[in-house]
Design a protein around this ligand. Structure first.
Ligand code: AMP
Length: 307
């Protein structure tokens, strides 16, 4: 089944312990759609500038990602510059919104009727705009955000959150959003606003699915060569939502089990992304590679057969 996803397409300049790259393809919608593409069809809603390369446009098409709803506007593509310290913490150096500032998404009829909606990290006012354009209430709405929008568009962001089924957010962002340092308290603060469930991403420490009365934890896959953490969260979201929207997801499983397995697939897709700079690790993952890491993670989480 199809996911309509709104988010950024970016040129990123990234500095990590492993080196530096300038103006490489990135953006929340880019990582999300590449991670989801092997699992479900994705309609991308985004904007690029006149500088956007045709080879990058071709990469989306090669991965069967529908880019009919990607506008090209006069000006430059969104640009983000980030620096990661030795512990993997990101610091934003520059956020050049560029064409994002004049973007008004207009969804095609079929995108506005998709059964699944993902609101990737982008201006919450654009997330609200896309929500308003959905002609049929989606079966599931999942959203993401980051510090930049928590600080600059707080009230729009809370309006978005109130309409989500799942919020996917990292630990530091949940603390910033709620002003609570304890992550369980922060989660309950968000859940008390009416959201059914949330997923807290904890980088190398894995992720947590939190509902009012239930917790589920998934460790990260053990990766020796973490080259560039950029896009790990968006790739997690792509694997998670791609699994839910894949044709076989709910056929023989209870919804709760599907959501748990989807968290494993999110973890798997994030693991491919962090091994290389930019989208290099996620742009051509085979079915076999995906399944191999999924089984590895399942085995890591197995309680039986342990003496
Ligand atoms: P992640 O590492 O998964 O949190 O996402 C990294 C991606 O988010 C990068 O490719 C950036 O281009 C993109 N990004 C950075 N800042 C923003 C922002 N303020 N809004 C939307 N996307 C952003």
């Amino acid at each position: 089944m199809t996911i309509t996803a709104v988010g950024t397409i970016a040129y990123d300049s990234i500095s990590t312990e492993r080196g530096k790259r300038n103006y490489i393809l990135g953006g929340s919608a880019t990582y999300f759609s590449l991670a989801a593409s092997g699992l479900a069809k994705t309609n991308l809603v985004s904007v690029v500038g006149e500088d956007f390369k045709s080879s990058h446009r071709a990469l989306f098409s090669k991965n069967s990602i529908n880019i009919e709803n990607v506008s090209t506007l006069a000006g430059k593509t969104f640009h983000w510059e980030g620096f990661y310290d030795e512990t993997g913490n990101a610091e934003t150096i520059v956020t050049d919104l560029n064409v994002l500032q004049s973007f008004n998404p207009i969804l095609t009829d079929s995108s506005s009727r998709a059964p699944y909606l993902f609101l990737a990290n982008i201006d919450p006012d654009l997330q609200l705009d896309v929500l308003r354009q959905m002609q049929k209430k989606p079966k599931l709405i999942v959203g993401d955000t980051m510090n930049f929008w928590i600080e600059s568009k707080n009230s729009s962001l809370w309006q978005v959150i109130s309409q989500l089924d799942f919020l996917i957010i990292n630990e530091g962002e949940a603390q910033l959003l709620t002003q609570e340092s304890n992550i369980i308290k922060a989660s309950h603060y968000i859940l008390n606003k009416g959201l059914p469930a949330l997923i807290i991403k904890r980088g190398a420490y894995g992720s947590l699915l939190i509902k009012k009365d239930a917790y589920f934890a998934v460790p990260a896959l053990p990766i020796e060569n973490v080259t560039d953490p950029t896009g790990a969260g968006d790739s997690f979201a792509g694997g998670f939502f791609g699994y839910i929207a894949s044709p076989t997801a709910f056929t023989d499983l209870a919804p709760e089990i599907t959501f748990k397995k989807a968290m494993l697939m999110g973890t798997v897709m994030a693991s491919f992304t962090v091994e290389h700079f930019g989208v290099e690790g996620i742009q051509a993952v085979s079915h076999e590679e995906r399944i191999h890491r999924f089984r590895t993670l399942e085995n890591m989480m197995q309680l039986i057969n342990i003496s």
